[in-house]
Design a protein around this ligand. Structure first.
Ligand SMILES: Cc1cc2nc3c(=O)[nH]c(=O)nc-3n(C[C@H](O)[C@H](O)[C@H](O)COP(=O)(O)OP(=O)(O)OC[C@H]3O[C@@H](n4cnc5c(N)ncnc54)[C@H](O)[C@@H]3O)c2cc1C
Length: 453
């Protein structure tokens, strides 16, 4: 049997992830049918009918693979024959250290290459029902604006509680940028929860003056607006932006996420007037989110205001807070390490719906889902790349590394990589660590590629 006689894999959604997945499958020699609903049915954000349309910025962010985790993701994708990276390099526009593209030429390139590939069939239709049993390998890559019918299909399999329609992201801080001369580890009332030890939270104390200044700064800070089409998607009271809570009364936060009770500051005899708590965000314990601090403040305002919190003066953020319409799965509970849905393993997920965030991260999850599905069809074993690579770190984060209870979409960043091995007597400076992460990632990716061929 020639490969073109193999049963096709079906990909639903021809955005960043679906286009890359389709390419990877076809390049592996496996037939693939891509189902894209545009132009038959539009989304609130897409303008045209091209595949891999960039809905907002035309930037893929930093292209510096030695010092930046997204640059590293670019490089790894290039080494895995990525169509998205190929089209980006053919249609680059000047953007300093960033990789930015002419969005129309970029999308045309992706569309043309997929349309002309002998193993690719593109069908312009909205998938509104559970894919028939006959489709034994399906990749769902319908994105943050997944159509209502597809959301219903997914919720029908998983239960509503496994699908979110809004992200409410609190800022995430690298633990090693927190000043423990001021902050301390302690759970409220030293309570020992599941898998905890009574000292699970990082606490940052504020005195009365610091608290009042903080509240004033929140209220007067610059905010981003909801897009017109987001306005009617309600977010829950439990996910109110911190600045909205602050505007409801000066004491609201002190009786909410910043309550100072059950905590003893080991660095001072003075009782804190309010406390900011940070909770571990990944199993590795390298990143912590600020509890209850989802926000729509502009990024610059967030950095300024959060660095005024004692202990966070030098905080480095793995990601800043946000609140957007965004359909995503509770992937840490639902997906296995090859992005298959545990209750229905013939369905894989890729792209932003898996709980990654950003064009490049979405495309990279498409790349992996495509490779996993193609290998499976060809009867080969393919495990996820090592967690020390950018692809492996992202997959690990969304399929189990992140805390399932508080799971929110994530950009790639070095905080989700395992720490570098400690060498006795040597601690590389912060600026020297990133190239070491990258070097290790590219070496490990190479070994993984060689072992999986
Ligand atoms: C408004 C907005 C702005 C954003 N701006 C940026 C940004 O500036 N930079 C950045 O890095 N990230 C941005 N993102 C985040 C994200 O990275 C992008 O949305 C990215 O395109 C996600 O890739 P994806 O492949 O998962 O989804 P998409 O690229 O959205 O692709 C999903 C595709 O599935 C199709 N589809 C949906 N339902 C069905 C169905 N039932 N049947 C068939 N087809 C279907 C859609 O038409 C679409 O083509 C933004 C997101 C949004 C919503």
């Amino acid at each position: 049997m020639s490969n073109s006689d193999l049963k096709p894999i079906h990909v639903i959604g021809g955005g960043m992830a679906g286009s890359e997945a389709t390419w990877q499958i076809a390049q592996a020699g496996v037939p693939v049918v891509l189902h894209e609903m545009r132009p038959v049915r539009k989304t609130d954000a897409h303008q045209g009918e091209g595949l891999a349309e960039l809905v907002c910025s035309n930037s893929f962010r930093s292209d510096d693979y030695e010092n930046n985790a997204v640059g590293l993701l670019h490089e790894e994708m290039r080494r895995m024959d990525s169509l998205i990276m190929l089209a980006a390099s053919l249609h680059m526009v000047p953007a300093g250290g960033a990789l930015a593209v002419d969005r129309n030429d970029f999308s045309d390139e992706v569309t043309r290459r997929l349309e002309s590939h002998p193993l690719v069939t593109i069908v312009r239709e909205e998938i509104t029902e559970l894919p028939p049993e006959d489709w034994d390998s399906v990749i769902i890559a319908t994105g943050p604006l997944t159509s209502e019918s597809m959301s219903e299909i997914i919720a029908g399999i998983t239960g509503e509680e496994y699908l979110a329609f809004f992200d409410a992201i609190a800022p995430i801080v690298y633990k090693d940028s927190i000043n423990f001369d001021k902050a301390w580890f302690q759970s409220r009332y030293d309570k020992i929860g599941p898998e905890g030890d009574g000292a699970d939270y990082i606490n940052c104390p504020l005195n009365r003056e610091q608290y009042e200044t903080f509240i004033e700064a929140l209220i007067t800070s610059e905010k981003t607006d909801f897009k017109e089409w987001e306005e009617n998607t309600p977010y829950f009271e439990g996910c109110l932006p911190i600045e909205v809570m602050a505007s409801r009364g000066a004491e609201t936060l002190r009786f909410g996420p910043m309550k100072p009770v059950g905590l003893t500051n080991p660095h001072s005899d003075e009782e804190p007037y309010a406390v900011v708590q940070l909770r571990q965000d990944n199993k590795l314990g390298t990143i912590y989110n600020i509890v209850g601090f989802q926000t729509k403040m502009k990024y610059a305002a967030q950095v300024e205001i959060f660095r005024a919190i004692p202990g966070l003066e030098e905080a480095e953020f793995a990601r800043l807070g946000g609140l957007h319409r965004n359909t995503f799965l509770k992937s840490p509970q639902l997906l296995d390490s090859s992005l298959r849905m545990k209750p229905q393993p013939r369905l894989r997920f890729a792209g932003q719906i898996t709980g990654v965030e950003g064009y490049v991260e979405s495309a990279s999850m498409g790349l992996m889902a495509g490779r996993f599905a193609a290998a499976e069809r060809l009867g080969k074993e393919l495990s996820a790349p090592p967690i020390t690579t950018a692809h492996g770190a992202l997959i690990n984060h969304v399929t189990g590394g992140a805390d399932a209870k508080t799971f929110q979409p994530m950009n790639v960043n070095f905080g989700i990589f395992p720490n570098l091995p400690k060498e006795p007597g040597k601690k590389p400076k912060k600026k020297d660590r990133k190239p070491l992460y990258s070097k290790r990632a590219l070496e490990d990716l190479q070994s993984w590629l060689e072992s999986s061929n």
